[in-house]
Design a protein around this ligand. Sequence first.
Ligand code: NDP
Length: 240
Amino acid sequence: MSRVALVTGGSRGIGAAISVALKAAGYKVAANYAGNDEAAAAFNKETGIPVYKWNVADYEASKAGIAKVEADLGPVDVVVANAGITRDVPFHKMSPEQWQQVIDTNLTGVFNTVHPVWPGMRDRKFGRVIVISSVNGQKGQFAQVNYAATKAGDIGIVRSLAQEGARAGITANAVCPGYIATEMVMAVPEKVRESIIAQIPAGRLGEPEEIARCVAFLASDDAQFINGSTISANGAQFFG
Ligand code: NDP
């Protein structure tokens, strides 16, 4: 029987590439998304991967959404907490709302995504938790105090879950992408993007599929002894 994988924010960008890679590896995949129905429907039509709409920042909505996924596909064996947002602004201009929105989605969203599936993983003595962090959580970034805090927090989450889950056959790891060519990055002004690329020794942005392959490996049986780690995939931009 094939394993079930849930990817939050799995209908666009890096998450979409992860959903597709896991399906290709034989998993039954569910892709969550927040509100872009058009993109989700197009993704579903193109890939055949079922899409589920809920806000990861909302615990009850996450619990209900995950219950629906499990009723449709079976218990979640692999959970990829990928959904994330940015609200970039220098700290002296950052509003409490901009701080809170990013914390709620990127950090509390990870709790809300993993907490409902954790007891089942413990009972079944198998689980894979993979959190998409960021190079900017490792090194910090101008105008991203909120975002960097959440992405550094992801690393604390997986290091702690790894210790709690190891005896129960559960691994928890983070992937720290550098700058990847998705709508999130293409939304920054071209001039800023060019200056970012100039700081990447590889001389280019990464592709979503390059992150998806890291995730597929961490989800596999071959990665059983990799636990509490962070895999950096950033074109030599930073060594965290
Ligand atoms: P995109 O903006 O391209 O896609 C974001 C996805 O997350 C969408 O599917 C979106 O749903 C979903 N999402 C956003 N908020 C919520 C929410 N509250 N509840 C449920 N789903 C939500 O992002 P990327 O693919 O670029 O980023 C994916 C992850 O990778 C993020 O965690 C990001 O921080 C991280 N990352 C990205 C990097 C990059 O260079 N792109 C670099 C390092 C890390 P919808 O379509 O409905 O809006």
